[in-house]
Design a protein around this ligand. Structure first.
Ligand SMILES: Cc1cc2nc3c(=O)[nH]c(=O)nc-3n(C[C@H](O)[C@H](O)[C@H](O)COP(=O)(O)O)c2cc1C
Length: 313
């Protein structure tokens, strides 16, 4: 049994959420995950500077359609004024939540004071949350890590600061910046965050099945669970019945994904990205290697579509 929950006035139909994944959580993939049961999906992180300076590539990343609602648009940046301006811009779009990235470990982002670096600068983080809230009437959420390093696990106090400055929900990836994506997820600290604030808390890290998600909800007491890598090539992670074992059923999932890609993007310009998605549907399954080789070998999108359809017949 799962429960629904609410972020400010936004009612979510279940606690399963698609994480923001740069390079992956574009409109077609978000729509697919919504169809398979995710209650809310996050966009890839979007630069506040790119929005304010009207950069074409950045604006493309804000693409949304009513069918995917609700959607959370994630901003990143380290300048409160720019983040406020970006919030005002995206507030006019048909999105439901503005999320602020405070957990990205990538050097290029951290060096500029954004992403996980904000966990080391609580005053700046507070100023950013305040400015974003001031410039929108939509719920504002933050996504954080447990802290900077094992001797600086600050997520519970950081979460209280965010709540005090207007945040409406908090997602916590259960690792520190120094851990990157390795080592164990610290569910204890996530639970401490949940117990430190009154706003909804969403647990994140290494959830790879629906059952994992239920177990995490029960153990942490969190309101929601967020799934990233576990959803790649596996939108079934959001459904109670789980990932199918047959190649044909997985191919059906891929076909649906490809049709969404065809409808909402210009597939031949992003073929490498599509192949990356497609290959993931056949990991850990008998006969998967041969299909992955065929996928990587196609030279255009229609060949890939044909391959998926021939296996469906
Ligand atoms: C390829 C990749 C891209 C990511 N991009 C983002 C991002 O744009 N914004 C963000 O807040 N987190 C990003 N993350 C972190 C994930 O949202 C998530 O916190 C992390 O992967 C742990 O969850 P998981 O084990 O379910 O994948 C990214 C992670 C990966 C692997």
């Amino acid at each position: 049994m799962t429960h629904n929950f609410q972020i400010k006035s936004l009612q979510l139909e279940n606690p399963f959420i698609l994480a923001p994944l740069a390079g992956y959580t574009d409109l077609p993939f978000r729509l697919l995950c919504r169809q398979y049961g995710a209650a809310l999906c996050y966009t890839e992180m979007i630069s506040c500077h790119g929005l304010v300076y009207n950069k074409k590539k950045t604006l493309q990343m804000t693409q949304t359609v009513p069918q995917e609602k609700p959607v959370a648009l994630q901003l990143f940046g380290a300048d409160p004024v720019m983040m406020g301006k970006a919030a005002a811009i995206v507030s006019d779009m048909d999105i439901d939540i503005i999320d602020i990235n405070m957990g990205c470990p990538v050097k290029k982002v951290v060096k500029k004071g954004a992403g996980a670096a904000l966990m080391q600068n609580r005053n700046l983080a507070a100023a950013i949350i305040k400015q974003v809230c001031k410039n929108t009437s939509k719920p504002v959420s933050i996504k954080i890590r447990t802290g900077w390093s094992h001797d600086s696990v600050t997520a519970p106090e950081f979460a209280r600061m965010a709540q005090d400055n207007g945040a409406s929900s908090i997602a916590v990836h259960g690792r520190t910046w120094t851990q990157g994506f390795g080592g164990d997820v610290d569910l204890q600290t996530i639970t401490r965050v949940k117990n430190s604030v009154a706003i909804p808390v969403i647990a994140n890290g290494d959830i790879v099945s629906y059952q994992d998600g239920l177990a995490c909800l029960a153990r942490s007491g969190c309101d929601g669970v967020m799934i990233g890598r576990g959803a790649l090539g596996n939108p079934w992670v959001f459904s109670e019945n789980g990932t199918p074992e047959t190649l044909a059923k997985r191919m059906r999932g891929l076909s649906e994904h490809l049709h969404l890609i065809q409808k909402y993007s210009n597939p031949d310009t992003i073929l490498a990205r599509i192949k990356n998605h497609a290959g993931r549907y056949f990991k850990g399954i008998k006969g998967g290697l041969a299909i992955r080789k065929q996928i990587y070998g196609v030279s255009n999108f229609s060949e890939l579509l044909e391959l998926a359809q021939s296996c469906n017949n």
